[in-house]
Design a protein. Structure first.
Length: 157
């Protein structure tokens, strides 16, 4: 697997905070051609001047192809609960309603946010209700052991 290098507040892979949209499109084409990735594997938010301020990673598209180490842990291939515990020990996440249901965890001082559409835990895998699910539904549910998107932002609070 290849490394998707994160330089806090500066870059994620070849994408740099502050890039213009044209530069982003050029780099995105490189990733698409080299790694056969989808166009929306990486998505971006821009400021009023058209410069990158947020870089989103779609985990499913990058999983098993890249490592993305940030603060000592792979944010793409590590289960959500372990990521939450690891980062919360460094800098607490914002405890709000999205975090209380397990869907979104914002770590503003670290410049990273995690999101998933639903929650699945190791305990769920052992529960009777889970074992009674159709095998295809079980497999689909297991994806929520991991976050679906990771968002990096430039401005650390």
């Amino acid at each position: 697997m290849e490394e998707l290098t994160v330089e806090t507040g500066y870059s994620v892979g070849l994408f740099k905070f502050g890039m213009k949209e044209e530069e982003v499109e050029h780099i995105n084409k490189i990733y698409i051609e080299k790694y056969n990735r989808y166009e929306n594997t990486f998505s971006f938010e821009y400021d009023e001047e058209g410069r990158v301020i947020y870089i989103h990673l779609i985990v499913y598209d990058l999983k098993n192809r890249f490592h993305c180490n940030f603060k000592g842990i792979d944010v793409i291939n590590t289960k959500a609960q372990k990521l939450i515990t690891h980062f919360d020990a460094i800098s607490p996440y914002i405890r709000n309603s999205d975090a209380s249901v397990g869907c979104m965890y914002e770590f503003p001082k670290l410049g990273i946010t995690f999101w998933r559409g639903d929650v699945c835990t190791e305990e769920d895998l052992e529960a009777d209700w889970f074992k009674e699910l159709h095998p295809e539904i079980q497999e689909d549910t297991k994806k929520f052991l991991y976050f679906e998107t990771v968002k990096f932002h430039k401005d650390l609070m």
